[in-house]
Design a binder for this molecule. Structure first.
Ligand code: HEM
Length: 500
């Protein structure tokens, strides 16, 4: 009798072995994975404490009257300066600055190094998988993002810079993420921003029902979206570079546990646990579910990550618009000057053909895959070298932190100082009736078009060198075997023969 299986498009579930496949990723379903009921419960909930706090801060701002002409109120500064005047805000401030008993600062500090240690691979992962796939193919998130114009070509630079600035702030050093540190403050700002996004969209839905389908997607930026976002930030790096507890070479080869390294980097279990611990604490500050059942250890975190993949990735027409706009914007942007073909190859390598076809991405030529393979050879070789030489690892982490901190935090955005009357992490594109993104007709500026793409050339060179080395090694091995055969008759040992 054949094994009972359920099969729908892009997914496959085997009830006997509990193996499930979705978008080319095979996972072993366990009781730790989330049930459909749990998913629906999370979808219906949101950060109510943050929403109430925002309303009270807005009431204080209203009492204060208009500020300087053209300036926007800095919600964080109002909360910081006035929380003692309101019991709810005082308790909220205390909650934001409390440290849950499961927080282990040593572990958080180790988790912070993960970002700088695998910086290039992390960036590729966030760009070509988190942004292109998860942000676009999750209908509820895509609906919010499209309403806020966040991935329209003209808003992308600011959004990406702010997201990176935030990342650099939360991983800079331990002090930065502890209560009162720059990363801690920025995360509170982002929490207030999310509450503003939700409030604005729900207001529009109230005045003109049908603007945002709350029944279908849940409230904007709900707990399910937030859990998904946290897995996207934390587990992705682990599940797709990855090496998780209990893997076997056979599992990697057969992909039966989904633990196949897309970029040839294998973080240790300790690194995985540390990075997840950092993001569990971020979940606490940002008002996302931070229950141990989702994040207590890497097995639970992996089950949460796979549950999101199983239930939440359902690309639709909005997903196509968002994904294509994103790719279009990055094309030929300095300093990388990536070609469309290279990025499509990267997306297909990371997300598989099924998903990329569903997102309407093109099929690039073979040499683009070769260039992305070269990228992987570089990042994985560097990762191995860092593992072997701890002093190199310390240098890479310190250098990355310093360079990025200088480039983004100080020179570009100056996030500690409000710029042009606009506080950091505030609305860039306030949603309104009738506004939803379309395919962005804006083409990259022709002046940006580069003949030579330095990064792709380096990646291609790495691929060619690796291919020549492999070929050289193979030829060398054959010649060695022939020489040994000439001297000792090795072939007769292998194939057997009479020694007469
Ligand atoms: C829980 C984990 C999350 C983290 C750590 C996070 C992080 C951030 C950061 C750093 C920003 C500021 C940079 C920017 O403007 O792009 C931001 C803005 C934003 N986030 Fe999130 N986010 C999370 C969850 C979500 C979810 C689940 C949604 C939607 C369903 C969402 C929607 C938005 C929107 C619409 C903005 C931008 C508003 C604007 O710039 O006008 N975020 N988020």
């Amino acid at each position: 009798m054949s094994t009972p299986t359920t099969k729908k498009k892009n997914s496959n579930s085997d009830h006997k072995t509990n193996l499930r496949t979705k978008w080319g990723y095979t996972m072993q379903w366990t009781p730790q994975h989330l049930s459909q009921d749990e998913i629906e419960q999370l979808r219906a909930q949101f950060d109510e404490r943050g929403a109430e706090a925002l309303q009270r801060i807005q009431a204080i701002v209203a009492r204060q009257g208009p500020g300087e002409k053209g300036s926007k109120p800095d919600m964080f500064a109002v909360l910081r300066d006035h929380h003692e005047e309101d019991d709810f805000l005082a308790a909220y401030w205390e909650h934001l600055h409390a440290v849950p008993e499961w927080v282990d600062w040593k572990q958080i500090e180790r988790g912070q190094r993960f970002f700088a240690r695998y910086f290039v691979a992390n960036c590729s992962l966030f760009a070509f998988q988190a942004f292109v796939r998860d942000n676009t193919a999750t209908p509820g998130v895509a609906e919010v993002v499209s309403r806020t114009g966040g991935l329209a070509v003209k808003h992308l630079l600011t959004r990406l810079i702010e997201t990176f600035t935030w990342f650099i702030q939360i991983t800079h050093d331990l002090q930065a993420i502890q209560p009162g540190g720059q990363g801690h403050i920025s995360t509170i700002r982002v929490r207030l921003l999310h509450s503003s996004v939700r409030q604005r969209i729900l207001e529009l839905e109230k005045t003109r029902p049908g603007y945002f389908n709350v029944e279908k997607y849940g409230p904007p930026v709900n707990d399910l979206d937030a859990v998904h976002a946290i897995t996207l930030f934390s587990c992705k790096a682990i599940a797709l570079f990855p090496l998780l507890e209990g893997y076997t070479a056979k599992a990697i080869l057969t992909q039966h546990t989904g633990r196949h390294a897309k970029m040839g980097i294998y973080p240790t279990d300790q690194e995985a646990a540390d990075f997840i611990a950092l993001f569990r604490y971020i979940a606490y500050i940002i008002g996302a579910p931070n229950d141990g059942k989702y994040w207590a250890d890497i097995t639970k975190a992996k089950a949460t990550f796979e549950s999101m993949l199983w239930y939440e990735l359902v690309p639709n027409d909005t997903s196509k618009i968002l994904a294509q706009n994103f790719i279009k914007w990055i094309e030929d942007q300095p300093p990388a000057y990536f070609s469309l073909g290279f990025m499509e190859a990267a997306c297909r390598w990371m997300n598989g053909n099924e998903m990329c076809d569903a997102l309407g991405l093109g099929r690039p030529a073979l040499h683009h895959y070769a260039a992305f393979a070269g990228h992987n050879i570089i990042v994985s070789s560097l990762a191995w070298a860092q593992r072997i030489f701890p002093s190199l690892d310390r240098f890479v982490v310190a250098y990355t932190r310093k360079t990025l901190h200088n480039a983004l935090t100080k020179h570009v955005t100056g996030p500690t100082v409000p710029t042009n009357g606009i506080p950091p992490y505030s609305f860039k594109y306030v949603p309104n009736h009738g506004q939803k993104m379309e395919v962005d007709a804006q083409k990259p500026d022709p002046a940006r078009k580069q003949r030579i793409r330095p990064f792709e050339c380096v990646f291609m060179a790495a691929f060619i060198v690796a291919a020549l080395l492999s070929l050289g090694l193979a030829v060398g091995a054959v010649r060695m075997l022939m020489r040994l055969n000439g001297t000792f008759g090795v072939m007769s040992w292998i194939y057997g023969g009479r020694g007469d």
